[in-house]
Ligand binder design. Structure first.
Ligand code: AMP
Ligand code: MG
Length: 316
């Protein structure tokens, strides 16, 4: 049996302890509004190597750097004008911006998988913000789960997935958004949607006052967006209105009254996003094949369907 990580309460004491572990090159799982992050000092090559090892994450999949304030972003990158507009609207929050690295950035090269760009985010969760402020430097933090598996939205998910591969878990309760951040890159200064996530395309377009390009140029790419990801152990089918005998049916909306589990009985997409990974973890524990009801694709539904498609994809 594996050892348990230290479980820290989100008090001033817990945050000081967590910041001390980060400064010593250890890994700490931190709550954010999206999912729990596996945090390490982004400037320390040994800490960053430990993140990749703990998750079994391929080295070509770069990490998102988390910052306490927008000043930190200025020292690492030159944000294009559209990036500044998006940062003003959505930071702190579930939006990641990818921009060119400045010389002398000081990040461990493995953080960006050797790319000349870096992915940055200012999380909104008060515990994450307190930890980042106490640590006082850039923190690399992918989701705190083994690579390819269901993302963690509670401290218990982190402990079940990583055990003592993380030194401590800062327990901030369940994550409110429940989906990873939306990732936006820039092509000649124009915003390009690289990954659907906790902020909808519609909300980004409203803030920019123009339509958002998809990654059609081939110039801006998000590496590591693997077809199979978020995978439960069991097989998973999508768009199911009538489950087969033996399947765990995950419903959405009032038409699925017979479902064993539901993303949202009321058919609310925000609730479904917040519950998605916890419901997948729970269905997986039941040890039977999983069938998920149709979820509409508008708004946050785009990101929910993206995660479900990759959870259902053939495993590599
Ligand atoms: P995760 O930590 O699993 O949320 O994954 C972070 C994702 O951010 C990666 O899989 C990439 O798709 C994306 N990403 C991180 N850094 C960059 C970058 N420099 N350029 C493009 N995409 C990036
Ligand atoms: Mg992840």
């Amino acid at each position: 049996m594996s050892e348990m990580p230290e479980i820290l309460r989100p008090t001033a004491e817990g945050i000081t302890r967590a910041a001390g572990l980060l400064a010593a090159g250890e890994l700490v799982a931190m709550p954010t509004e999206t999912v729990y992050g596996l945090a390490g000092d982004a400037r320390d090559p040994a800490a960053v190597a430990r993140i990749f090892a703990a998750k079994g994450r391929p080295a070509h999949n770069p990490l998102i750097v988390h910052l306490a304030g927008v000043e930190g972003a200025r020292t690492l990158t030159d944000l294009p004008e559209e990036a500044k507009a998006l940062a003003r609207s959505f930071w702190p929050g579930p939006l990641t911006l990818v921009a060119p690295l400045r010389a002398g950035h000081g990040l461990a090269p493995a953080v960006t998988a050797g790319l000349p760009t870096v992915a940055l985010r200012l999380p909104a969760h008060p515990v994450a913000r307190a930890l980042l402020a106490a640590f006082g430097g850039p923190v690399a933090a992918p989701s705190a789960n083994p690579s390819g598996r269901i993302s963690p939205t509670t401290a218990a998910h982190v402990v079940a997935g990583l055990g003592d591969r993380v030194a401590a878990v800062l327990d901030g309760g369940a994550c409110a958004v429940g989906l990873e951040s939306t990732i936006v890159g820039f092509d000649a200064g124009r915003a390009v949607l690289l990954r659907e996530g906790g902020i909808s395309r519609e909300a980004l377009e409203a803030a920019l006052g123009s339509a958002l390009a998809r990654d059609a140029s081939g110039k801006v790419t998000a590496p590591g967006q693997l077809a199979s990801h978020y995978a439960p152990r069991a097989a998973l089918r999508l768009g199911v209105r009538a489950p087969a005998p033996g399947e765990v049916w995950i419903g959405f909306g009032p038409d699925c009254a017979g479902a064993e589990l539901t993303l949202s009985a009321a058919g609310d997409l925000e609730e479904a996003a917040a519950r998605l990974f916890a419901v997948l973890h729970e269905a997986d524990r039941m040890g039977r094949p999983i069938a998920v009801a149709p979820v509409p694709v508008a708004g946050l539904g785009a990101a929910i369907n993206d995660r479900l498609r990759r959870a259902a994809a053939p495993r590599g």
